[in-house]
Design a binder for this molecule. Structure first.
Ligand code: MG
Length: 350
């Protein structure tokens, strides 16, 4: 704690007290609740993450049931909030704003987090800040990985995007046409009985041969649902689980690397930032590294703690929005389950 960077620096460093005072430090509490994670983070405008407390809902069987995940969030909220505040070492009255994930995400989960954020903002009389979850993944990545203007690959259980900043917004270069990359791997692992990521990737390391599976890149977009079905079919036909895992993970990562490479080629960006839960994948990082080296670019990865959904990223994005005057009235703070990343004016970029 206490590191972190100044936007002109490539590598994180501590801000001097003088610099922090000069900037009039603001402290924001952020609430994340788009899917399986209920998170509370606290971040300050000098680039410090003061707290990052996350509680992850683990379904007893299968994937996430939105209502049950929302009930989990409501149940763990008081304890998580207390833990976040006490870790940050501040009192609620010292906060300068309350941020929450407004979308995209699962409706019941979003509403649970939003209700808590509104209640806090009203009772403490603090500004309310509605944060786009995908933008927050990118901004915490830029902060912690220390890159400035990257081509971003955002890969997770619910999202697959290739985006970069251009003319005031994060613009989508490529995305999935059906399910997310992380969802494809998680769903396969769960149904095959080994569990979600990283299990399919670990299993792939034991493979003896490579299984060819459908590779679907359409222009800049990717599609994973046919691939998932084909992988199940191979399993049913008696192909070894390890070999199917290898075919599946290599195919998913190759598709992602191809569209990212094309986006980098179009834009001549020299930085590639990987964020989202799948940013933890060693093999994906390896493939991207190889591609980047050939293009004279560099891959930036986020520390594992901040790769998946977390409260700190909402708090940090809340700081950026607060400093840009992007706050909302409670009446206008309805959640947006299908919100797109390119709806957001990214006024703080620079
Ligand atoms: Mg996410």
């Amino acid at each position: 704690m206490g590191l972190l960077l100044h936007k002109d620096d490539k590598h994180p460093r501590e801000l001097s007290l003088w610099e922090a005072l000069k900037e009039g430090t603001k402290v924001v509490l952020g609430i994340e609740s788009t899917a399986h994670t209920f998170g509370v983070g606290v971040a300050s405008s000098d680039g410090r993450i003061l707290a990052n407390e996350n509680r992850v809902y683990k379904p007893p069987k299968g994937g996430i049931h939105p209502r049950e995940a929302a009930q989990h969030h409501a149940r763990v909220a008081p304890e998580t909030l207390r833990a976040g505040i006490s870790r940050a070492g501040i009192s609620l009255s010292e906060l300068d704003g309350i941020a929450f994930s407004v979308g995209p995400g699962l409706g019941p989960c979003l509403r649970t987090g939003a209700t808590i954020a509104r209640t806090l903002a009203l009772s403490l009389n603090k500004p309310l800040i509605a944060v786009n979850h995908s933008v927050a993944h990118i901004e915490i990545g830029r902060l912690l990985a220390g890159c400035r203007d990257p081509m971003v690959l955002y890969v997770a259980g619910g999202n697959t995007l290739v985006v970069t900043f251009s003319a005031g917004r994060y613009r989508v270069f490529g995305e999935t046409l059906d399910i997310a990359a992380g969802n494809c791997l998680d769903a396969f692992g769960i149904k095959a009985g080994i569990g979600p990521m990283p299990m399919p990737e670990l299993m792939a390391e034991k493979a003896k041969s490579f299984v060819q599976l459908p590779y679907t890149v359409k222009g800049m977009d990717v599609s994973f649902s046919g691939l998932l079905t084909a992988a199940f079919l191979k399993l049913k036909q008696g192909v070894a689980l390890e070999d199917v895992c290898l075919g599946l993970t290599e195919t998913v990562y190759s598709m992602l690397t191809e569209v990212t490479e094309r986006a980098v080629a179009y834009t001549a960006k020299k930085e590639i930032l990987v964020v989202g839960g799948l940013a933890r994948s060693k093999r994906l990082r390896e493939m991207l590294d190889t591609m980047a080296r050939e293009r004279g670019a560099e891959v930036y990865t986020i520390p594992d703690e901040y790769a998946g959904d977390n409260g700190a990223m909402i708090a940090w994005n809340g700081v950026l929005q607060l400093l840009s005057g992007m706050v909302v009235d409670v009446e206008d703070s309805r959640v947006k389950p299908r919100m797109r990343i390119d709806e957001v004016d990214v006024k703080w970029f620079g």
